[in-house]
Design a protein around this ligand. Sequence first.
Ligand code: GLY
Ligand code: MN
Ligand code: MN
Length: 480
Amino acid sequence: MAEAAEEQPVQQRKNGLYPGVSDELAENMRSGWADTELTDPEPVPQAGHTADRRARLSARFPGERLVIPAGNLKTRSNDTEYRFRSSVEYAYLTGDQTEDGVLVLEPRADGEGHDATLYLLPRSNRENGEFWLDGQGELWVGRRYSLAEAARVYGLPCADVREVEGALRRASGPARVVRSYDAGVEAALRDKVTAERDEELQTFLSEMRLVKDAFEIGELEAACTSTARGFEDVVKVLDKAEATSERYIEGTFFLRARVEGNDVGYGSICAAGPHATTLHWVRNDGAVRSGELLLLDAGVETNTLYTADVTRTLPINGRFDDLQRKIYDAVYEAQEAGIAAVKPGAKYLDFHHAAQRVLATKLVEWGLLDGPVEKVLELGLQRRWTLHGTGHMLGMDVHDCATARRETYADGTLEPGMCLTVEPGLYFQADDLTVPEEYRGIGVRIEDDILVTEDGNRNLSAALPRTSTDVENWMARLKG
Ligand code: GLY
Ligand code: MN
Ligand code: MN
């Protein structure tokens, strides 16, 4: 019965909106289509790098089957889905981002390394109607690569993804899977994996991404370049934003992100006035008022999924007032100290401590905290207003390498090729009775993306001004 059913034409989309297809129509739809097979499709530019990455992964887990899924579409409502974003582990190892894709590294019988296979949905069958009657048919979702084309594009053998679960179920021997992306693949591996071993795989893949290769650095540069353009776009329309709301700013930046990249790398924080003191203000439905500050934290994600993460705090009318400037300049000084501490051989947390020291010193100078500064830092009292860590690794995830071990990340040492944000801030909540009234509702953050180089660092987002004067001059020029 089951086999016979598989032979049947696919008669309906999932929701049953397309009942009844006559034999005549079905026959008509089978033929009259040109052969569009590409003989020489362009390989993805990172193909050499993905092969190196797979080789490093293979060397770490000899003799074990390694399974890295892209993930599945997530339903938004009824038969509509969220825009798909592949798992970063899959994209990092293959260069592909197709939903339902699965990379399998199969240990070779002689124990030497692995054979990689990329499992993908092939082109739609036009004989059985799948092409136009199935929800994943190419007529609905667009042309896919044939498996032969995909093999050339990604530089590794490809197979039909509808076979992967059966193959994994039948295979014997130890396996590891990257969890939480593909329930079907995980179910097929249930008897062969353990949580602890899968966690080791996840940790290794996160730690592999701590140091970026040349391709990744180029992508981060591109993300920062587009992000700088997006910030300029926003400055140019601040008068329109004043007439509408923070949403205008969000929409303006998003346009740049979608035209030049894949998306924004995280929900844009378009925080005007007192909203700047809410760290993850993404509602973006507030007023934009002259005389207040706009904290804009936004990043373009490239088509290969590398994101920038940049914050500028801008005077909406183009000029900081005295108190805004005092607070802004203090954050700038803290950021300078933080950036200076980013160099190979430094402990990861050095930049955080350097920035916190500057901010604690300012808070004591301003009379908001009793000194000495050493005591303030020891007790962490500055944190009422500095609130968050001073940065994080950046890459395919905005908070990149999140499952790396403490000893390789927070307690680790900086190496050339690492990329991190340096983003100190000061935030005085609107209802904070411990500060003078004029401070309340002011929030300032300055955030840049800093690459560790052989001899220090390079600011990838340096195209955007950082000092208070440079910000004002830049805004004046753009507003013309
Ligand atoms: N945009 C989130 C962050 O800065 O970490
Ligand atoms: Mn950040
Ligand atoms: Mn940010």
